[in-house]
Each structure stands twice: as C-alpha cells, then as structure tokens.
Design a protein around this ligand. Structure first.
Ligand code: SF4
Length: 109
C-alpha cells in the first residue's frame, strides 16, 4: 500500500516533530502516521530502505529511531522538508512508495 496523496483531506494533524506536521492516527509504537507536508513520509509504510537519504541532493531526510514499529526500527524523517527542490528522486527510489512530494503543499506548521 502506498502513501495516500490525499492525506491532507483524509487525516488530521495530531502532533509536530522537528518542525514538521504529523498526520494521524498515531498510536505508538505500532502506528506512527505521516510525517511532513511538502515532503510527506508514511512512517507506517517506511521500511528503512535508506535510498531517499542517500539520493536526496539537499539532505531533507534524517533517520529517527522507532523501536517497536512492525515495519522497521527507524524511519526516514523529512526533517529538512523546507529545503526540498522537488526533484522527485526520493519518490522514484522508495521501494514501497512511502513518500509523496508536492511543492504546492505548505511546509511550515
Ligand atoms: S523531491 Fe528531491 S529534494 Fe525533495 S526530498 Fe525528495 S529527493 Fe529531496
């Protein structure tokens, strides 16, 4: 299952983390929601492949530890989503389609 590109309509903001929004539902540690808005990563799909961290030309992503999550023990967090230049590399390389990028979506909280 890929990230829902309509998450802004289908989910609510339930938290903020490192300067970006977190879209619920969140029920830690098993359910972590979507992190980010301009660059959105569905933490419940992310399996810590790491291609996005390696390929992003402006270092948008940072690892965050998520012990106890059924898919992976760490996630690619869009900690620097404001730096995104919309190259779409991360969307293309993610093996599980956990990332959605849309420059028309507001970055700030
Ligand atoms: S679209 Fe490009 S610049 Fe933006 S987060 Fe993905 S890889 Fe980085």
């Amino acid at each position: 299952m890929a990230i829902d590109p309509q998450f802004e309509e289908n989910r609510e903001v339930v938290d903020e983390h490192e300067g970006h929004r977190v879209w619920g539902p969140v029920d830690e540690p098993e359910t972590l929601g979507i992190h980010g808005t301009h660059v959105a990563v569905d933490f419940d799909i992310c399996l810590a492949d790491g291609a996005c961290l390696e390929d992003c030309p402006v270092d948008v992503f940072e690892w965050v530890d998520t012990p106890g999550h059924p898919e992976s023990e760490r996630k690619a967090d869009p900690a620097n989503e404001a730096n995104c230049i919309d190259c779409m590399l991360c969307v293309d390389v993610c093996p599980v389609d956990a990332i959605d990028v849309d420059g028309s979506r507001e970055t700030r909280i």
